[in-house]
Design a protein around this ligand. Structure first.
Ligand SMILES: [Zn+2]
Length: 336
């Protein structure tokens, strides 16, 4: 078998088999369906950040997030985004090889359409690239060349800068999350409004902080311990700052907590506090005589969920600040 040269893949990337229906796809994507280019760009972003380190591409939360960011920035939030489609259909381009879950080989071989997450995860384990292509995308310059081919072939000149920016946001968010973990090894400073870190775009900082916090708490709310992840990789938890970001500008993981939407709101409003020894407090402002608030009140004086790594525990200074400035210890007289 002959060894395939880079040119072979340059050609393959410029001739992807895509849906080309002018009425369906607009001029910004040169009237082509952008699914496959987005997935290949997202895959290369993760390879560049060492988030994919073997020739097994999985449809995991990182790949879905990276794909979604391209989709949202170029196509908007309205048009349905679905990375399952390109992941499955790239098999027709000759360099992307699907692998079935054990026992599902026949189901994959005879499938003609896999378009939902449910179908995907019940049949497909992942994909591998041609060995030559996998080797090629390890090299930064070759990766840039392939990115450029995708961007210039499938997107209008006005759209191209957006794609470059998305690649930068993804790269920076991983760099920033690594830096935050490193920062957590140093002294914790509770400075109010220190200098903004100008090296990173705001979006990269938000995404990087979220990555660290959500992973540190295993996608689980530190207060109620609820853990729900949808098949698309969406999780019920948010990355919360203990000392609010607009005051502290501090993304140190020790100034963070993973909280579900409701407990994030309650924590920010001072209805939940956490003691320096990590006990949850429920403010007396939460009605005691209402059966509907019983579940919230029941968390009072329970231990919060702590990270595996002690160095990432919430910092005492941050918790004390929140308790002193935000937590509502007393019921205001008009509510009595
Ligand atoms: Zn919760």
């Amino acid at each position: 078998m002959s060894v395939k040269k880079p040119d072979y893949y340059h050609k393959k990337f410029s001739k992807l088999r895509l849906d080309r229906v002018p009425n369906r796809w607009q001029a910004n994507t040169n009237h082509c369906a952008p699914y496959k280019p987005f997935l290949l760009l997202a895959m290369m972003d993760l390879i560049a950040q060492a988030q994919i380190t073997t020739n097994v591409i999985e449809l995991n939360a990182d790949l879905i997030d990276a794909f979604d960011l391209y989709w949202i920035k170029v196509m908007g939030k309205d048009k349905q985004r679905n990375p399952v489609l390109p992941f499955y259909h790239l098999k027709s381009d000759g360099f992307w090889h699907l692998h079935a879950l054990s026992g599902m080989e026949q189901a994959l071989a005879t499938s003609s359409k896999i378009h939902t997450y449910k179908q995907f995860y019940s049949v497909i384990k992942g994909a591998t690239l041609d060995e030559e292509l996998y080797t090629l995308v390890q090299d930064a310059q070759e990766r840039d060349k392939l990115r450029q081919i995708l961007i210039e072939t499938y997107f209008s000149p006005e759209t191209r800068p957006i794609l470059v920016e998305v690649g930068t946001i993804t790269a920076q968010s991983f760099e920033y999350s690594r830096e935050l973990v490193h920062r957590s090894r140093g002294t914790f400073t509770l400075q109010e409004a220190p200098e903004l870190d100008q090296r990173y775009m705001a979006e990269s900082r938000t995404a990087g902080f979220r990555q660290v916090i959500v992973k540190t708490y295993h996608q689980t709310c530190a207060v109620c311990k609820i853990r729900i992840v949808t098949p698309e990789g969406f999780t019920a938890v948010e990355a919360a700052h203990i000392v609010p970001w607009n005051i502290s500008h501090n993304d140190d993981p020790r100034n963070g907590l993973a909280l579900c939407g409701f407990h994030h709101w309650a924590f920010d409003k001072g209805l939940i506090g956490i003691t320096p020894d990590y006990n949850i407090l429920i403010s007396p402002v939460v009605p005691t005589n209402d059966p509907a608030t019983r579940a919230l009140r029941a968390l009072h004086e329970h231990k919060m969920l702590l990270p595996d790594d002690e160095l990432l525990y919430p910092h005492e200074k941050a918790l004390k600040w929140h308790y002193a400035k935000k937590y509502r210890e007393e019921v205001p007289s008009h509510l009595l």
